[in-house]
Design a protein around this ligand. Structure first.
Ligand code: SD4
Length: 321
C-alpha cells in the first residue's frame, strides 16, 4: 500500500517539478543565494550600489544603505531624471518624488516636492518623525525646511536648455520616451537578513505640473516585505500605478515565484491589461530574502546593477518585446 503511494507520488514528481520550474520557482536566472547584497536600476545604479555597499559591508542596516545609495544619484547633475539636474515639468519646475521602506514595512514618502536635493532623506524623516506616510508639495517642502533641509535651485543649465528645446514644440503629452526613464530604485539585503529599499525620481520629463508618478507610491514604485522580498519599478509610472506593480511582484514571490519570474509575470499583467503598453517602457527589479534577484521589462534596454561580496556588475534585463 505504502509502496503504491510512493510510486504514485514519484510518478507525479517530474510533472510537479516541471510546472514549478516553468514558473521559475527554482530561480533559474537568479544564481545567487547570498547576503549582504544590493541591486539597483540602470547604469547609474553602480555608483549608488557602491555607497550602499560601504554600509552593508560594515554590518549596517539595509534601509540605511538604500538611502545612502540613492542619495548619490540624487546629487549627480548628469542624471537627468533624478534629483539635482532632473529635467523639469512643462512649466520649467523640477518636482521630485521619492519613498523609502524598511524591513518591518515602515515607510515614508514625498511627492511633488520642489527645491530639496535629497527627497529620499525627507521621505525618511516623514517615516521617522511623523505619524504619516506621505507628504506632498508645499507641505512636504515646509516639513523639509523645518527638518533643516536647504532650499536650493535644482534646475541645472543643461536641464534648462533641454526644457527650452522642448518648448519649441511644447507637446503637452505626458508620455515617457522609451529612452528617457532612469529613476533609481535600490533594494538591499543586509548581513543580518534585513531588507530595505528606496526609490527616487524627477519623474517624466516635461510632465504636467502637479503630476505624480509611481515612484513615491508604496506598492507601485517600491514595496518591501521583510519576510519575502522587495521590488521596485522604473519607466512609465501610470502603467505601474494601474497595476500596483511592485506589490504585485512581491506577492508573486510570496506565492513561490523567483524574483525574475515575478517581474516577468508583472510585466505580462501590464501587457494583458493595458493595450498601449508597447508605446512605453516599464521595468521591474526584485530581490528576495535569500539574496536571489531578477528583472524583466517591456522594451529592450533596461539595465540593473548588482553588488555583493563576489559580484559587482551591470546586467541587461530580458524584455517582453
Ligand atoms: C515616473 N517611474 O515618474 C517614473 C519615471 C521614470 O524610470 O523615469 N522611471 O513615472
Amino acid at each position: 500500500m505504502l509502496r503504491r503511494h510512493l510510486l504514485k507520488l514519484s510518478a507525479g514528481v517530474p510533472a510537479v517539478f516541471s510546472a514549478l520550474s516553468s514558473l521559475g520557482a527554482f530561480g533559474r536566472q537568479d544564481e545567487t543565494t547570498r547576503r549582504p547584497i544590493v541591486v539597483s536600476t540602470w547604469d547609474h545604479g553602480q555608483a549608488a550600489n557602491e555607497a550602499a555597499w560601504k554600509i552593508l559591508v560594515n554590518n549596517g542596516r539595509a534601509v540605511d544603505s538604500a538611502e545612502a545609495g540613492v542619495r548619490v544619484t540624487e546629487a549627480d547633475p548628469s542624471v537627468s531624471t533624478v534629483g539635482f539636474g532632473g529635467f523639469p515639468d512643462r512649466d520649467g519646475k523640477v518636482t521630485l518624488d521619492a519613498c523609502i521602506q524598511d524591513e518591518t514595512g515602515n515607510c515614508g514618502s514625498v511627492a511633488f516636492l520642489q527645491h530639496v536635493k535629497h527627497p529620499v532623506s525627507v521621505a525618511r524623516k516623514v517615516m521617522e518623525e511623523t505619524p504619516h506616510v506621505m507628504l506632498v508639495g508645499e507641505g512636504a517642502l515646509q516639513f523639509a525646511l523645518e527638518q533643516g533641509f536647504k532650499k536650493e535651485n535644482l534646475l541645472t543649465e543643461k536641464a534648462r536648455k533641454a526644457w527650452d528645446a522642448w518648448l519649441e514644440k511644447a507637446e503637452y503629452k505626458p508620455v515617457i520616451n522609451i529612452e528617457n526613464h532612469d529613476t533609481i530604485g535600490l533594494l538591499a539585503l543586509d548581513a543580518q537578513g534585513r531588507m530595505g529599499g528606496a526609490c527616487t525620481t524627477s519623474g517624466a520629463a516635461f510632465k504636467m505640473h502637479g503630476r505624480v508618478g509611481d515612484s513615491p507610491l508604496i506598492g507601485a514604485g517600491l514595496f518591501v516585505d521583510g519576510e519575502v522580498g522587495a521590488a521596485c519599478a522604473t519607466g512609465m509610472g501610470e502603467l505601474v500605478i494601474k497595476t500596483v506593480g511592485s506589490h504585485l511582484v512581491v506577492e508573486l514571490m510570496y506565492q513561490g515565484h523567483s524574483p525574475r519570474s515575478a517581474c516577468e509575470q508583472a510585466v505580462r499583467r501590464i501587457a494583458a491589461k493595458l493595450p498601449d503598453y508597447k508605446d512605453f517602457q516599464v521595468g521591474f527589479l526584485a530581490l528576495n530574502r535569500k539574496g536571489q534577484y531578477g528583472a524583466f521589462c517591456i522594451q529592450p534596454g533596461f539595465t540593473y546593477a548588482v553588488r555583493s561580496g563576489e559580484l559587482n556588475r551591470l546586467s541587461r534585463s530580458d524584455s517582453l518585446l
